[in-house]
Design a protein around this ligand. Structure first.
Ligand SMILES: Cc1cc2nc3c(=O)[nH]c(=O)nc-3n(C[C@H](O)[C@H](O)[C@H](O)COP(=O)(O)OP(=O)(O)OC[C@H]3O[C@@H](n4cnc5c(N)ncnc54)[C@H](O)[C@@H]3O)c2cc1C
Length: 355
C-alpha cells in the first residue's frame, strides 16, 4: 500500500512527488502526453523555482529571452510594451527535467492513466488505472489530483463544486522565416524577439499570443469553450493577414483546455483524504493564464502541510493564502485589461510602458 497516490506528472504532480520522497511511500501516475503550452515562465514561476532551490538547465531554455511583453490591441490598433522578465522555455523539456529530479524511491508509473478510485474504508482508497493496456489497481491512503485543467479526480469527487470558466487553447507553430510580414507593420513589434499578447473582443474575451521559439513562431489563443474556438481562431488568422502575416502552413497544430477561475469560489483544494493541486484545483491566473507558478507553489505548500498524520487541509489552505489573494488581485485587474474601452484609455496614457 502507498501513503500517497498522485495523478498527473505535470509541474504540480512531479514537484509534489519529489518533495514527498523519503517521507512516505508515493505512487505517481504519469500519463506521458506532451502538454500544449506557451512555455513562458513569468517572474512568479522563476521565484518559485528559486524557492524550490532549482536552477533551469540550459537545455530547457529556448531563444529569445523576452524582457517585455508587447500588448497589441487589434481593434484600436494600439501597441504598448511593458517590462517583464520572462524565461522562454521548451515546455516538454521542462516537464521532463522536473520528472528527472524525482528520486528513485517514488514509484513512477509511466504511461499509466487514472480511471477512478473507490474508498475502501476511512483509511484507504483503491485507485484504478490503465497501464500497458491492462486495468490495474493500487491502494493509497491519500489521493492527489494533479491532473490539470480537465481533472478526472476533480470531476469524480467534487462534481457539485463551482467550476472555473473553461477555454479551449489552440496553438499553431510556423516557420519564423516564412510567416512574418514582408514589410514590418507600423506597430513597432519585433516579432522575432517580443512576446506578444493580442487583444480583440471579437475573437475572445481572453487573449491570444505570439511567441518566438528558436526558428519557430507560435500563434495561440484561448477562446471560450462554447464560442466555436476553431472558427474564431481562423478569424484571428484572417485578421492578422491584413497586417501582412502568412499564417497558411503550420508545421504543427495542438490544442488543450484551460481554466479561468473568475470566481474565487471555483478554486477547490479538496476535502477529507483527497487533495487537488495546480490547475486541477483551479489555481491559474485569470488575467494571464500563467499556471506554472501556482502549480509549483501548490505542490510546495501541500508538501509543507504533510505531517505524521498525513495531509492537513487547513494547513494547506493557510499556506496558500497569499497565492489565493494574488489570484484575487489578478481577477480585480480583469476589467482594466479586458474591457476594450478601458484598455484603450489605459494604453493611450502610456502609463508604465517602455514606449
Ligand atoms: C495553450 C496553453 C498555453 C499555456 N501557456 C502557459 C505559459 O506560457 N506559462 C504558464 O505559466 N502557464 C501556461 N499555461 C497554463 C499551464 O500550462 C498550466 O496551468 C500548468 O501546466 C498547470 O500545471 P499542472 O501540473 O497543474 O497541470 P498539467 O501541466 O496540465 O499536468 C497535468 C498532468 O496530468 C496528466 N493527466 C491528466 N489526466 C490524467 C489521468 N487520467 N491519468 C494520468 N495522468 C493524467 C497530464 O497528462 C499532465 O501530464 C498554458 C496553458 C495552455 C493550455
Amino acid at each position: 500500500m502507498y501513503d500517497v497516490g498522485i495523478v498527473g506528472a505535470g509541474p504540480a504532480g512531479a514537484t509534489l512527488a519529489r518533495l514527498l520522497s523519503g517521507r512516505c511511500r508515493v505512487l505517481l501516475l504519469h500519463r506521458q502526453r506532451a502538454k500544449c503550452c506557451g512555455g513562458i515562465l513569468a517572474p512568479e514561476s522563476q521565484k518559485m523555482l528559486a524557492k524550490l532551490d532549482l536552477a533551469l538547465p540550459r537545455e530547457v531554455l529556448v531563444n529569445p529571452q523576452p524582457y517585455a511583453v508587447a500588448v497589441w490591441d487589434l481593434q484600436s490598433r494600439l501597441v504598448r510594451h511593458y517590462a517583464r522578465q520572462y524565461a522562454n522555455i521548451d515546455r516538454n523539456a521542462f516537464d521532463h527535467w522536473l520528472i528527472s529530479l524525482i528520486p528513485s524511491d517514488v514509484d513512477v508509473r509511466s504511461g499509466a492513466v487514472y480511471r477512478h478510485a473507490q474508498p475502501l474504508d476511512k483509511e484507504r482508497f483503491e485507485i484504478f488505472f490503465t497501464e500497458k493496456d491492462e486495468i490495474r489497481s493500487e491502494q493509497v491512503r491519500f489521493l492527489i489530483g494533479a491532473d490539470g485543467s480537465f481533472s478526472s479526480v476533480r470531476r469524480e469527487f467534487f462534481t457539485n463544486r463551482l467550476r472555473p470558466k473553461r477555454y479551449i487553447a489552440l496553438q499553431e507553430w510556423f516557420d519564423l522565416q516564412t510567416v512574418l510580414p514582408d514589410h514590418s507593420p507600423k506597430n513597432r513589434i519585433d516579432f522575432r524577439n517580443d512576446y506578444v499578447g493580442i487583444f480583440d473582443s471579437e475573437i475572445t474575451d481572453f487573449y491570444a499570443w505570439m511567441i518566438p521559439k528558436n526558428e519557430r513562431l507560435i500563434l495561440g489563443g484561448a477562446i471560450p469553450f462554447e464560442n466555436k474556438p476553431r472558427e474564431r481562431f481562423e478569424r484571428l488568422k484572417t485578421k492578422l493577414k491584413e497586417f501582412g502575416f502568412h499564417f497558411d502552413f503550420p508545421c504543427h497544430r495542438e490544442a488543450g483546455s484551460l481554466l479561468r477561475p473568475l470566481n474565487p469560489f471555483s478554486i477547490c483544494l479538496g476535502s477529507g483524504r483527497i487533495f487537488l493541486i495546480g490547475e486541477a484545483a483551479g489555481l491559474i491566473s485569470p488575467s494571464s493564464a500563467e499556471g506554472i507558478s501556482p502549480a509549483l507553489a501548490s505542490a510546495y505548500y501541500l508538501s509543507q502541510a504533510f505531517g505524521s498524520n498525513g495531509f492537513n487541509l487547513s494547513a494547506y489552505r493557510q499556506n496558500l493564502w497569499s497565492l489565493r489573494w494574488h489570484l484575487r488581485f489578478k481577477t480585480a485587474k480583469i476589467p482594466l485589461m479586458f474591457c476594450p474601452w478601458l484598455r484603450k484609455q489605459i494604453m493611450l496614457t502610456g502609463l508604465s510602458t517602455l514606449d
